[in-house]
Design a protein around this ligand. Structure first.
Ligand code: ADP
Ligand code: GLC
Length: 491
């Protein structure tokens, strides 16, 4: 099985969120199962800096008026997973992140930048280019709106094209542009219709993918259901509902090479479910480095997150003074919304020994926080899958989450029955409001003081298997079904 995995970010080359974690880990897990999975991603400056690549000699004409892109080839830093890198300096070599300039504003030509990526994916699977590369993708696995035009381009190419799977990691980002951009995307006007790219008078990349892709997946079973409703579908719920027979929810896993407290070299001390002493050391060292009171018994609550409406951090800001009044500490690492950044900074100024706020992106610190904290807060309004709750459970840091998307699918709530049968791994609340978060946190703090009980919850959480193995197997079955070699139908 040969597959091309197209993505706009992949850890450790370039990362703004969980999509990068998935793109870094899933193709590698599929390779373990014997799939020849290869990545395609843009040659951002940081990507070219991170890995050595060689010129394949192929020049790909992508969009009208844009220089042909040079296709480069290298290996991911794991030394295993092959990666095609789309080198088109006028589109990708700039300061800033994949989607924004250094001021945080979206690149004005994101339509061109990601249409080019989508077009390249479609081209790589055409017989002539596949022959040149000696790599013949039987399936293209697209991810999010940035790669969603791939099946639209295929639709207008001659000959038979390999099937496409579009994984939806987040419906909140759709890649919507004015129809004026259509000629520069190199797609015919006829594609601008309800049966195509058109979405309320605009061009929607995601809509195109949802319409044209052979199969759709999301990153958790619950989210696959939620996006068929008005609340989570952002206007696309009808289309998703119509396509429900070709829509699967497959949970993300976590990369145990990166996220395992027993081997994580970023930590101040390693530890495991059998011996949690190292966790206490991580807490003390983090408290010291962040200037918090050195208090072993004070519960340490944490968040690591993009600061966006999605993540519900405004709810945390609301309830924090009451939580701190109970004698707790709070650490947050994140960046994004300026108002939230300000509100958090004010809290840190008001409670210097209890609250630490780090604005920005810091991979090392994120691991250290996961290891040091007692409780991880994730009161998301919606969460397609969420990785941090799984990292938290693996690190014995009990999550408090809202019952939505992948949070509902991965955290087993503390209830009398789940305490009895030792399956509870965290705390779950339903309503999207500050009171529900506060009450659940207060309940968690009560249990935190019962050391034996708390440790048994930590062990339950740490012993859960969140590895990619199972999900990769499910993706492989889906791939086989799509290329027509499956023996069983998809469950
Ligand atoms: P999303 O993709 O919606 O942001 P996920 O939970 O799937 O949410 O993944 C977020 C990923 O980004 C995790 O690996 C998390 O540790 C990481 N992350 C988020 N914010 C930061 C930050 N400020 N510094 C370091 N890592 C971060
Ligand atoms: C998105 C979602 C997140 C998910 C990640 C990886 O960014 O917001 O819930 O875990 O993609 O699939």
């Amino acid at each position: 099985m040969h597959t091309l995995f197209v993505t706009s970010e992949a850890y450790p080359l370039v990362k703004t969120g969980g999509l990068a974690d998935v793109s870094g880990a899933l193709p590698a897990a599929l390779r373990q199962l014997g799939v020849d999975a290869r990545l395609l991603l843009p040659a951002y400056t940081c990507v070219l800096d991170a890995i050595g690549t060689r010129d394949t000699g192929l020049l790909l004409p992508l969009l009208p008026g844009i220089e042909a892109a040079r296709l480069r080839f290298g290996k991911m830093p794991d030394g295993e997973t092959p990666v095609y890198v789309l080198d088109c300096p006028s589109l990708y070599q700039r300061a800033g992140d994949p989607y924004h300039d250094t001021q945080g504003l979206e690149w004005r030509d994101n339509d061109l930048r990601f249409a080019a990526l989508s077009k390249a994916a479609a081209l790589l699977a055409t017989p002539e280019i596949a022959h040149n590369l000696d790599f013949h993708p039987q399936l293209i696995h697209c991810n999010d709106w940035q790669t969603s035009l791939t099946p639209a381009y295929q639709r207008y190419m001659p000959g038979k094209q390999p099937p496409t799977l579009l994984s939806i990691h987040n419906m909140a980002y759709q890649g919507v542009f004015t129809p004026k951009s259509l000629p520069s995307l190199g797609l015919p006007w006829e594609s601008y219709s309800i049966q195509g790219l058109e979405f309320y008078g605009l061009v929607s990349f995601l809509k195109a993918g949802l319409f044209y892709a052979d199969w759709l997946s999301t990153v958790s079973p619950t989210y696959a259901q939620e996006i068929q409703t008005e609340e989570f579908g952002y206007g696309l719920q009808g289309l998703l509902h119509n396509r429900r027979d070709s829509l699967t929810g497959l949970l993300n896993g976590i990369d145990e090479q990166q996220w395992n407290p027993a081997t994580d070299t970023r930590l101040f001390a390693q530890y495991s479910s059998k011996d949690l002493r190292g966790k206490a050391h991580n807490k003390q060292e983090l408290q010291r480095r962040l200037g918090l009171n050195l208090e072993a018994k004070t519960p340490l609550l944490a968040c690591i997150t993009r600061l966006t409406e999605q993540k519900g951090i405004d709810l945390v800001v609301k309830v924090l003074p009451q939580i701190l009044a109970e004698g707790a500490q709070f650490v947050i690492l994140g960046s994004g919304d300026k108002k939230l950044e300000q509100a958090l900074s004010q809290l840190a100024a008001s409670y210097p020994q209890q609250v630490s706020v780090t604005l920005g992106y810091n991979e090392n610190l994120s691991h250290r926080i996961e290891a040091a904290a007692d409780i991880f807060l994730m009161p998301s309004r919606f969460e397609p899958c969420g990785l941090n709750q799984m990292y938290s459970m693996s690190y014995g840091t009990l999550p408090i989450v809202r019952r939505t998307g992948g949070l509902a699918d991965t955290v087993t709530p503390v209830t009398p029955a789940n305490l009895d049968n030792r399956s509870a791994t965290g705390f779950v609340f339903d309503h999207e409001d500050a009171d529900a978060l506060l009450q659940t946190t207060q309940y968690a703090l009560v249990l935190y003081r019962q050391r034996g009980l708390w440790q048994s919850l930590q062990r339950n959480a740490m012993q859960r298997d969140f590895s990619w193995r199972r999900s990769a197997q499910a993706y492989l079955q889906l791939y086989q079904q799509l290329v027509g070699t499956a023996h069983n139908s998809i469950g």
